[in-house]
Design a protein around this ligand. Sequence first.
Ligand SMILES: Cc1c2[nH]c(c1CCC(=O)O)Cc1[nH]c(c(CCC(=O)O)c1C)Cc1[nH]c(c(CCC(=O)O)c1C)Cc1[nH]c(c(C)c1CCC(=O)O)C2
Length: 352
Amino acid sequence: MTSLKNDRLLRALTRQPTDVTPVWMMRQAGRYLPEYRASRARAGDFMSLCQNPDAACEVTLQPLQRYPQLDAAILFSDILTIPDAMGLGLYFEAGEGPRFKRPISSRADIEALPVPDVEQALGYVMQAVRQIRKELNGRAPLIGFSGSPWTLATYMVEGGSSRDFRKIKTMLYNEPETLHALLDKLSQSVTDYLNGQIKAGAQVVQIFDSWGGALSSAAFAEFSLAYLKRIAAGLIRENEGRQVPLILFTKGGGLWLEDLAETGADALGLDWTCDIGRARARVGHQVALQGNMDPAVLYAKPAVIRAEVARILAAYGQGAGHVFNLGHGITPDIDPSHVAAFFEAVHELSAR
Ligand SMILES: Cc1c2[nH]c(c1CCC(=O)O)Cc1[nH]c(c(CCC(=O)O)c1C)Cc1[nH]c(c(CCC(=O)O)c1C)Cc1[nH]c(c(C)c1CCC(=O)O)C2
């Protein structure tokens, strides 16, 4: 394997000093980039883009080609590949987001679900990881990812995106054992999936617990946190002679940072509702922190973006352990030149 020329991300995630604060962005390969829209038009639809390793590799590298400051690549794929591999029939309805042809509604449905063999059913993801690593040629580390069991379960039970989580919360309160059976199977699948990505070459992994914040504190502990802990304990933590850091991103998880820091993760992703300085005071002795600019700041003019970056850097303060990111994914209608202003500001204003 070629040596890594930019290890800022790996250093910051393990709380070692860096020359500047590393930066990457959730959904950095996506519709705000004209080159992505062109690749997507050539592929036809989003899942064809994910399932073709050449195309997935191409779009993963697009933001790194455009922005020299980027300190990481993130695998181009989706969290819903696991339920798709379990046979739920994923499709995307224009303007409606993800949908499943065969959602889960009963204990029998759950018992019939396979734990996918990742090299078989998700071999296209592993192949994309291998190819991206080769083409990155050490330019920056590659982040692999998965959804959390709870977040995947919301899509599988609701049949798609949801605002109120009516079906899955009815299951959670009426039949908790049924939901536990599903989360148990998903934890095994997520562990296998992330370990497969690590073996194929992912140098960092992030778990997107995007809907953890929809739960009460008690339900979060029982139906999300417990499974995050189990996954953290089952992951490969060292590969190619280096630590493979684990980042946990629970959107809306600011109230539970102390609990999240106890899971065994190396870093916590923060959404924009928490103050990163206060978060550091609570858990910075245990974990690195990633975040946390409001993605909507990127609608503002470059001088405002720069001031907001300065504010967040100052709130974190001096010392190691900060990875700059947005508090959630970038939205499709952002001007790519505003993203350039964002990345430039992070490196310029954090130079030590
Ligand atoms: C909830 C969730 C999903 N997918 C994902 C999450 C968790 C992250 C989060 O909290 O936002 C994760 C994801 N999805 C995508 C990535 C790629 C890596 C990256 O650049 O960050 C990642 C990490 C690409 C994508 N995933 C999707 C797109 C847009 C697809 C397109 O080209 O139309 C991209 C670039 C599709 C997708 N996939 C999903 C949704 C809700 C959508 C949006 C549907 C829409 O807005 O039309 C499910």
